[in-house]
Design a protein around this ligand. Structure first.
Ligand code: PDD
Length: 281
């Protein structure tokens, strides 16, 4: 495998950043994960728009122009021969002597890009059987709208899920309302058959897959509502599913040991998933 690190294409095993990189010391950086399908980068423009927003919210300089960035992403995908897979892109505030205060404005940001092949059979299996989830109090900071590499709470949540035999942890805020998954957005089909997801104004990351799914619902006339929903409403929903670039749309069949709907993947998740790439490409 080949990785891009600060201007160079290196064998994966030799790709490294400096010990005083602010990403390493302060989680002072942002990232994007994007799907590559049949050799096409899915929703690249939206991912790069969100990257720009994350960078500007944290006053981190852009590492390079957008066309140059798109070019490097394509080159990393090509060198890794990725037809179906993911690329990972990370920008940090760069390397500087450890100090909480930002380094001088001339400090170049660090840029790392990797790509990997994913196995469609593994994803198909998850869609067929559905996933289990747990709920967990949302203990993150209030800027989860920025896609930062500060993912320790998310990693701990996923680990807690794993220890309970589940694959995702769903965050619930202090008011009992669902925010999002440890690395996904959450959707339900409510008792009236309406597709519901939390508004992206507060408490969640505005997922690119979430936005793509909105396009699907508009095209197929599926009723969708952006509103908050509680853990209780989720547990009694007809369907629950989660979305992310890594998983597009995985059905959740059990939460905290309780079956969702009839305990099998639902029709809405299936319909959305099969329509997703018709609209996205
Ligand atoms: N995570 N919410 C959180 C907290 C996420 O980390 C992610 C994605 C999403 C979904 O966003 P999108 O549809 O743009 O992938 C929502 C990535 C995939 C990750 O951390 O691996």
């Amino acid at each position: 495998r080949i990785a891009y690190v600060n201007g160079r294409y290196l064998p994966h095993s030799e790709a490294a950043v400096h010990i005083e990189d602010r990403g390493y010391q302060f989680a002072d950086g942002v990232y994007e994960v994007c799907e590559i399908r049949h050799g096409v980068i899915v929703d690249l423009t939206r991912h790069l728009d969100r990257l720009d927003r994350s960078l500007s919210e944290l006053s981190i300089r852009r590492p390079m122009s957008r066309p140059a960035l798109a070019q490097v992403i394509r080159e990393v995908s090509r060198r890794n021969r990725v037809k179906n897979g993911l690329f990972y892109l990370q920008v940090t505030r760069g390397v500087a002597r450890r100090d909480h205060v930002f380094p001088s404005a001339e400090t170049p940001p660090s840029l790392v890009i990797t790509a990997k092949i994913t196995d469609p059979a593994v994803i198909a299996k998850k869609n067929e059987t559905g996933l289990k989830a747990i709920t967990i109090p949302d203990n993150r900071w209030d800027r989860v709208d920025i896609k930062t590499v500060g993912l320790l709470p998310n990693a701990m949540a996923r680990q807690a899920a794993k220890e309970k035999g589940a694959q995702e942890a769903i965050y619930v805020d202090a008011r009992g309302m669902v925010t999002e998954g440890a690395a996904t957005n959450v959707w339900i089909v409510d008792k009236d058959g309406v597709l519901v997801t939390r508004p992206a104004e507060h408490g969640i990351l505005r997922g690119i897959t979430r936005t793509g799914l909105m396009d699907v619902t508009a095209k197929f006339g599926i009723r969708v509502q952006e509103r908050e929903f509680s853990r209780d409403e989720m547990l009694s929903a007809r369907e629950v599913f989660i979305t992310a670039a890594t998983s597009i749309c995985f059905p959740i069949v059990e939460i905290d040991g309780q079956p969702i709907g009839n305990g099998h993947p639902g029709a809405m998740a299936e319909r959305i998933r099969t329509s997703f790439f018709d609209v996205a490409e």
